[in-house]
Design a protein around this ligand. Structure first.
Ligand code: ZN
Length: 220
């Protein structure tokens, strides 16, 4: 049953944030989605987001954040930087965009407050955090406190996937009745291919392994 009024979902058009979008639709009367154009190599990600939002009647906004790409060049935005095949032994992988989640959530919070929304949903996960420091629970809690203090407002940052791995995220999509939507219409692949993707990049490997595991379990 829907027990809450409004939520704003940070929505990239990938598996995780799309699962969060449908999670929010199950829990809130009204869901608004916000995406960011930061010059990601594959515009298709934003196209997937826009198409899903349109088909499911979700108000959708895309904010221009190209400045982030100028400040923090990385393999997701620059064609001259190859995507790391595996996580490096130390430091962050070159798919990591410095400050991205902090900037996204900060802009999302500013947007939310103008609309009187307190609940902001993001698909970050500590279980599969791939070396991204801004996907950790401690960061989200810290930013939540900072945003409240910054705007003198009671934000609640919700992270439905924080403790789920990819297999469990597929299970959640199935529970929400959107397994096929997420499987065929979202884009997670670093090479810009929707659905099952290229199958070879780190994002595809993680996503596809989780899907296979969940489908095996589902058949039993
Ligand atoms: Zn891929």
């Amino acid at each position: 049953m829907k027990n809450k009024k409004q939520a704003l979902v940070v929505f990239s058009g990938g598996q995780d944030s799309t699962t969060c979008l449908f999670w929010a639709k199950a829990h809130y009367e009204e869901v608004i989605a916000i995406s960011f154009d930061y010059g990601q190599r594959h515009k298709k990600e934003l196209e997937c987001a826009a198409a899903i939002a349109k088909d499911y009647g979700v108000e959708h906004h895309i904010l221009d954040l190209h400045l982030l790409n100028e400040l923090a060049p990385n393999s997701l935005t620059r064609t001259d930087i190859a995507v790391d095949a595996d996580a490096p032994e130390t430091g962050t992988p070159n798919t990591f965009v410095d400050g991205r989640n902090m900037v996204f959530l900060t802009y999302a919070a500013i947007f939310a407050k103008q609309r009187g929304i307190t609940d902001v949903v993001t698909g970050v996960s500590q279980s599969d955090f791939s070396g991204y420091p801004d996907c950790r629970d401690v960061f989200i809690k810290s930013l939540n406190t900072t945003l409240n203090l910054a705007m003198d407002y009671e934000f609640d940052l919700y992270t439905p996937l924080m403790w789920l791995d990819k297999e469990e995220t597929w299970a959640l999509a199935d529970e929400l009745g959107v397994l096929e939507v997420i499987h065929t219409r979202t884009l997670t692949c670093y090479n810009g291919i929707a659905g099952d993707g290229c199958g070879n990049c780190p994002a595809c490997k993680l996503r596809n392994r989780g899907y296979e595991r969940y489908m095996k379990r589902r058949l039993v």
